[in-house]
Design a protein around this ligand. Structure first.
Ligand code: NDP
Length: 277
């Protein structure tokens, strides 16, 4: 069994972006809006800000109070849509319950939608004419490409069907000409479906729910899940030790898909900069 070293691949990607930034006439700019002070969201926003600094991007970390009104938040996004220094706008989710995340996402100019969540970008991915692509699934595609895994004609099973991971992941794999099965909480005989899979991508959020003997010998296993156990340990959605008995390639948690998500956000910001030029 071989490990797909997402930490190293993400570092290489960041180094490559930093090199490209040096030759540009201005630094690509990313604005990250955090509403409220949720501790996990604050950590994510800080990590994104640090990653921007590492590659030489211009970055704005915008903290708004938890009681901001919908209109004030929309106005802030509009200001950033019109700010020429800013190429990418990201609103850290989840938002407080009085705010409508859909309205907020739709307000971001599709050209600056570096999360790839705007319906226009979702539609383009669906039509296999991608513009800005959601970071986590795109990061997984980079991991698979760099590892040299050919997807054409392969049976791929995606477990989880959220808008931010499972659904766009399935579209990415289909666009790469794989045969794709998408599973959700109502799927029957999940183990049987996984036993047919050449490539498994899991994004559910249940620690170790995918058992080792559900993995076909030689399969590639991508574990997107990040779950913190009571002991403080981070684990994925796949029973890693058991799955290593069957998998040919596997991502660890931590150090697999996680680092790729932020590196891909930087990649998308650079793409948005280039497209806007
Ligand atoms: P969501 O909770 O939005 O979606 C979970 C999906 O899993 C749903 O589609 C749900 O089905 C499905 N599901 C739930 N239980 C089962 C089951 N028993 N069998 C099959 N499918 C099931 O989660 P996210 O997609 O946002 O995140 C998933 C995981 O990925 C989390 O651990 C999260 O922390 C992690 N994550 C990691 C990222 C990274 O950078 N590595 C980025 C984003 C997320 P249904 O549609 O029927 O409800």
């Amino acid at each position: 069994m071989n490990i797909i070293d997402g930490k190293k691949i993400a570092q290489n990607l960041r180094n490559d972006i930093a090199k490209q930034v040096k030759s540009l006439d201005r630094a690509p700019g990313l604005a990250v809006i955090l509403v409220g002070d949720d501790p996990a969201s604050s950590v994510y926003v800080r990590n994104k800000d640090n990653a921007c600094k590492e590659v030489g991007f211009y970055s704005e970390k915008i903290n708004k109070p938890a009681d901001i009104t919908q209109q004030q938040l929309l106005d802030e996004i509009q200001r950033l849509n019109n700010d020429d220094k800013i190429d990418g706008i990201l609103v850290q989710l989840p938002l407080p319950s009085h705010l409508d995340a859909n309205l907020v996402i739709e307000m971001i100019s599709p050209e600056k939608d570096v999360d790839g969540f705007h319906s226009e970008n979702v539609g383009k991915l669906m039509q296999n004419k991608p513009y800005l692509r959601p970071c986590t699934p795109k990061g997984v595609m980079t991991l698979l490409a760099i590892t040299g895994i050919d997807l054409v004609g392969k049976n791929c099973v995606v477990v989880g069907a959220s808008n931010i991971v499972g659904r766009p992941m399935a579209m990415e794999l289909l666009n790469a000409r794989a045969t794709v099965t998408i599973c959700n909480s109502k799927t029957t005989n999940l183990s049987g479906k996984l036993q047919q899979a050449d490539v498994v991508v899991v994004a559910v959020g249940i620690p170790k729910m995918i058992q080792g003997d559900w993995i076909k010998p030689g399969a590639v296993v991508i574990d997107v899940g990040i779950n913190r156990l009571k002991t403080g340990k981070l684990v994925g959605d796949v029973d890693f030790d058991a799955a290593t008995q069957n998998a040919s390639w596997m991502t660890p948690v931590p150090g697999g898909v996680g680092p790729m998500t932020i590196a891909t956000l930087l990649e998308n910001t650079l793409t948005a900069y280039q497209n806007r030029k």
